[in-house]
Design a protein around this ligand. Structure first.
Ligand SMILES: [Zn+2]
Length: 417
C-alpha cells in the first residue's frame, strides 16, 4: 500500500484526452464550448471513443438498458463488487468541456495509471458514463443514475420524450445503446465522482480541492398573492388591496429567510409576475416561485415554517391573501463517512489546500448515494462558471483532482471489504 501512495496520474495525458475528445460536440466559433446532447451524434461518437479506449486498456464493457456504459477492470477478489468512478459525458446545449466529462476521463486516466504500474486492486474498478445526467435533451436530469438507485422506474425513464417527441427508448435504439443489463442489477461497492465545483467558493478562497460531504436539500413552491385589481387614478391608497405591494413585502421576507442561517440557508424568488400587467392598474394578483435550500431537513423545515408564517400574516398586514403550494423537493444527501475520509485523507497526503463543502447542484452521486457509499471531489472552475461555453479549468486543477481520485480509490480499495 505504501508504494501505491507514491503513484500519480499523468496530468499531460489526462489533458490530452480532455482536449482530444472535445472534438465530439465542439461548438464552432467558441474557444471551449460544447454541445453534446444525450445520444445525439456527438454523444454517440464520444461513447464509441470511450468504449474503444477502455477496451484498449483490457477493460470489459457492460451497457445497461438506459445506455449507461460501465467499463470494468477486474480486481483480485471475485467476491467484491466494483468501485465505480462515474460521471457523465453529455453536456448542456451551450456547455463546456469539463462538467461531467472530467469525472469520466479522469477515471480512464486512473485505469491507465494502474495498468502502467501493474497494480491489481482488490475490488474491480468500473469507469461509468451515466446516460442523460444533464436533463437537457430528456427530463428529468440524472435519469439513469436515478433508475439505478430506484428513484424512477425503467419504464418511466424510457418513455421520456425530447422536444421533437423522440422517446429515450427510441433514441437508445437508434444510437445502438439500448443494452441488455438491468440498471440496478450490477451493484457498486462505492461511487467516486470528480467534478468541477460549478460555483465560486474554491476559487474565491484560493483552495485546490473541495471535499464534498453532501448535497443540500431543495424545496420548490409556487406562491399566489391575491388582492384586488383597481384603477391607479381613482382608488385612494387606503382603500387598496394591491397584490404587488403585498408580494413585495413577501419577497423581502423570503430574502430574510435565506439570510437566517448564514452559510447554510439559501432562498430565491426566480419568477415574479404581476397581473393583469397594465401601467395604470394596481395588480390584483402576483404569482411567484420560491426555492429554499439547506443542508439539513430541520433547516428546511424551519425555513418552510417561516415562509408559511409570513404568508399567514400577510392578510392582516395588507388585506391580500396568499397561498403556498409545494411543487417539488429533494432531500439533503449526506455522503458516506468512509468515502469522505478516503478523499480527505488523500487530499491531505498530496498536500493540496482544501475545504469541506456541500454541492449546490445535483449530480449522479446524489442518486448513487442511496444505494452505495458515495463521495465527490470538487476542483475549482474559472469564475465559478459552468453550463456555459466559457466554462474553464487549468491543467493543474484537472491533475490535482485526478490524483485525489486515484489515491482515494486506492485507499478505499485497501480498507473496505
Ligand atoms: Zn455534471
Amino acid at each position: 500500500m505504501s508504494a501505491h501512495r507514491d503513484l500519480r496520474i499523468s496530468g499531460e495525458r489526462l489533458w490530452h484526452t480532455l482536449t482530444e475528445t472535445a472534438q465530439f460536440g465542439a461548438i464552432p466559433g467558441t474557444a471551449r464550448g460544447m454541445c453534446r446532447l444525450t445520444l445525439a451524434e456527438a454523444d454517440v461518437a464520444v461513447r464509441h471513443w470511450f468504449i474503444a479506449a477502455c477496451k484498449a486498456l483490457g477493460m470489459t464493457i457492460a451497457i445497461d438498458q438506459l445506455g449507461t456504459i460501465r467499463a470494468r477492470r477486474e480486481g483480485s477478489d471475485p467476491a467484491l463488487a466494483p468501485i465505480g468512478i462515474g460521471s457523465h459525458l453529455d453536456t448542456q446545449p451551450t456547455g463546456g468541456r469539463f462538467d461531467g466529462i472530467l469525472g469520466v476521463l479522469a477515471g480512464l486516466e486512473v485505469v491507465r495509471t494502474l495498468n502502467e504500474a501493474g497494480i491489481v486492486t482488490r475490488h474491480p474498478i468500473e469507469v461509468i458514463d451515466w446516460t442523460n445526467e444533464e436533463g437537457a435533451r430528456f427530463a428529468p436530469a440524472m435519469v439513469a443514475s436515478g433508475v439505478f438507485a430506484g428513484e424512477f422506474t425503467l419504464d418511466y425513464a424510457l418513455a421520456q420524450k425530447d422536444r421533437d417527441g423522440v422517446t429515450l427508448a427510441e433514441a437508445l435504439d437508434h444510437a445502438g445503446f439500448a443494452g441488455p443489463v438491468e440498471p440496478g442489477a450490477l451493484p457498486l461497492a462505492a461511487h467516486f465522482e470528480l467534478h468541477i465545483e460549478q460555483g465560486p467558493v474554491l476559487e474565491a478562497e484560493r483552495l485546490e480541492i473541495g471535499v464534498v460531504e453532501g448535497v443540500q436539500g431543495i424545496r420548490w413552491y409556487d406562491v399566489s398573492v391575491k388582492g384586488q385589481t383597481c384603477h391607479a387614478g381613482t382608488t385612494p391608497m387606503a382603500l387598496r388591496r394591491d397584490a404587488l405591494h403585498a408580494a413585495a413585502r413577501l419577497a423581502i421576507a423570503v430574502d430574510a429567510i435565506g439570510r437566517s442561517d448564514p452559510g447554510q440557508s439559501l432562498s430565491t424568488i426566480g419568477l415574479f409576475q404581476a397581473f393583469p400587467g397594465s401601467r395604470n392598474t394596481a395588480p390584483g394578483e402576483v404569482r411567484m416561485t420560491v426555492d429554499l435550500r439547506h443542508p439539513e431537513v430541520a433547516g428546511l423545515d424551519r425555513m418552510e415554517a417561516a415562509l408559511a408564517a409570513q404568508i399567514a400574516a400577510l392578510e392582516g398586514e395588507t388585506g391580500c391573501t396568499a397561498t403556498l403550494s409545494p411543487i417539488w423537493s429533494s432531500p439533503p444527501v449526506r455522503f458516506d463517512p468512509n468515502v469522505i475520509a478516503a478523499i480527505a485523507g488523500a487530499t491531505q497526503r498530496l498536500g493540496y489546500t482544501h475545504r469541506a463543502m456541500l454541492s449546490g447542484a445535483g449530480h449522479d452521486s446524489v442518486y448513487t448515494a442511496r444505494v452505495a457509499p458515495t463521495g465527490m471531489i470538487f476542483v475549482p472552475c474559472e469564475n465559478g462558471i459552468s453550463h456555459n461555453v466559457a466554462e474553464n479549468i487549468t491543467p493543474d486543477e484537472a491533475t490535482r483532482g485526478a490524483n485525489v481520485l486515484l489515491q482515494a480509490v486506492l485507499d478505499y480499495d485497501a480498507s473496505a471489504g
